[in-house]
Design a protein around this ligand. Sequence first.
Ligand SMILES: NC(=O)c1ccc[n+]([C@@H]2O[C@H](COP(=O)([O-])OP(=O)(O)OC[C@H]3O[C@@H](n4cnc5c(N)ncnc54)[C@H](OP(=O)(O)O)[C@@H]3O)[C@@H](O)[C@H]2O)c1
Length: 315
Amino acid sequence: MHAVTIAEGRLEWTEHPDPVPGSGEVLVRVRAAGLNGADGLQLRGLYPAPPGSPADIPGLELAGEVVELGGGVTRWSVGDRVMAVVGGGAQAELAVVQERHLLAVPDGLDWAEAGGFPEAFTTAHDALFTQCELTLGERVLVHGAAGGVGVAGVQLAAAAGCTVVATVRNPARRPDVEALAPGVTAVQPEGFEAHGSYDVILELVGAPNLPADVAALATGGRIAVIGVGAGARAEVPLLALMAARGRIHGSTLRARSLEDKAAAARAVERHVLPLLADGRVRVPLLDTFAMADASAAYERFAAGGKLGKIVLTTT
Ligand SMILES: NC(=O)c1ccc[n+]([C@@H]2O[C@H](COP(=O)([O-])OP(=O)(O)OC[C@H]3O[C@@H](n4cnc5c(N)ncnc54)[C@H](OP(=O)(O)O)[C@@H]3O)[C@@H](O)[C@H]2O)c1
């Protein structure tokens, strides 16, 4: 097979041996693989693949067809349309995936949309609903809302009947974010606390927001720290956190155990796939690139100012 390959800090399209599915694993012919911020970090040597994932083939999410079953696989058949979050190795013509990490691609969803779905929607669903126990009609703040995880979080919170305030630093993207769902207000990042208070805050930007996040918490409010691109060290007003009886959660998806990743996949299967299947949430696409042309896709991702996923596709 061919794969996007990290070689001395550059991306190449090179040949690798075909991967072989082991017990409980499935071989997927990859049709589409979404880009994520972690891919650029891995390229720069800042985010190595976890054990069990190829060290030199990036890619955290994929969609494609099942072409071979390893021993003991019961959930899938050859020919099934599937998608998944993986620890790495998605940006390749073939990938081995644990069967319990796979989700069925709903009828009507095209490959590029499916390839851009798993990472952002699993991250957003896990942070909002599993960690922060978001519930009907709460007031939600999403920082960095025009990005992949933000677009997913805004739609999922709105689908749960929540009022959503979304910070978006590029003014041109604010109407696009408001158009994602009814009840969404897009605001500039500066002064976001004036639109609160908030029951749940999805923090996708990082440390500089934390003091005002805590100060803007409603009683019983929860903060999920998911992205720290703007900084990872914050001074937190603990008295305000105590007064709100607030909680701050943090998590990463990639480093989780096989069991924990399977649990996150089952939660998405149960609660998000029905919304995706009937169009109540969608995967906006900014652009698609041939997988062999991954460098151009990475450059577009790094340029910022986007709304929607950038997805690599195979023929
Ligand atoms: N913990 C986990 O398991 C997990 C999983 C997935 C992602 N993440 C992390 O979560 C973050 C969001 O992921 P993503 O896929 O949504 O990334 P993305 O598509 O690159 O989106 C990031 C968004 O945040 C905005 N932003 C970045 N820096 C900002 C700043 N200093 N002030 C205001 N806005 C800023 C960007 O605006 P511009 O377009 O204007 O730059 C963009 O809209 C990333 O840091 C990513 O690494 C973590």
